[in-house]
Design a protein around this ligand. Structure first.
Ligand code: URA
Ligand code: SF4
Length: 221
């Protein structure tokens, strides 16, 4: 599909009568809402308890997630789990999902190189996120990095400027229309893979834990 073409989007592949996360999970493999399904191994849906009060939103599955069919099972996921623990958040209260549910990559030889999803992929896939939120009705939303920020807060939000601060969400009438889910608090932070790439990993990790601690306090309040 050409870059300029608008993909049809996920909405038509989401059962209108979905009553549970399992209903959504069952329908997700059939999604043809954008072209990313065609090269990926499988869809990677969110995971966690239906009663989880925190939803953490990442970017898209990575290479390992694509192979295993589960989000955050690679190095970034391992780091995130450690950070969640260090922030004092009960992992049983966390539902993990992604803004885009198929792995976008470029083949170089035999290697699959991660490619950041474009805005068209984020918009095409967002109905899944809306549907997950509608069933979970989280109290606290954690935005992990720029792609999730684009999915939830629009293109002008800057994670570096607004991280670690509780923000009321939905943050506008338009967003309330896009995500009809009732009020929550949102905390933005960096993506765990940015910690893995940082020159000063310890400082980057401490920053992630500090932001997650803010989310943890909201949960306890
Ligand atoms: N990074 C993400 O954003 N999501 C995953 O599932 C894995 C890595
Ligand atoms: Fe559907 Fe999202 Fe996969 Fe595109 S990335 S095919 S919209 S599930």
């Amino acid at each position: 599909m050409a870059e300029t073409e608008t993909p049809p989007g996920a909405q038509r592949f989401i059962p209108a009568d979905a009553a549970s996360l399992d209903d959504l999970r069952g329908a997700a493999p059939g999604c043809r809402g954008c072209e990313l399904h065609s090269d990926a191994t499988q869809v990677v849906f969110g995971r966690g308890d239906a009663t989880a009060r925190v939803v953490m939103v990442g970017e898209q599955p990575g290479d390992l997630e694509d192979q295993k069919g589960l989000p955050f099972v690679g190095p970034a996921g391992r780091l995130l789990r450690t950070a969640v623990g260090d922030a004092g958040i009960d992992p049983g209260q966390v539902y993990l999902t992604n803004s885009v549910k198929h792995f976008r990559f470029q083949l170089r030889g035999k290697r699959r190189i991660h490619q950041t999803p474009d805005r068209v992929h984020i918009v095409a896939c967002r109905p899944w996120l809306v549907a997950e939120f509608a069933l979970l009705r989280p109290d606290v939303i954690v935005v992990l990095g720029a792609t999730a920020a684009k999915a939830l807060l629009g293109p002008s939000f800057r994670v570096t400027r607004s991280r670690g601060v509780p923000l009321p969400w939905p943050d506008s009438a338009q967003r309330a229309q896009d995500f009809p889910i009732g009020p929550a608090q949102l905390v933005a932070t960096i993506h765990p893979s940015a910690v893995l790439r940082a020159d000063d990993r310890d400082t980057a990790y401490d920053g992630l834990v500090a932001d997650l601690t803010v989310a943890g306090r909201l949960l306890a309040a």
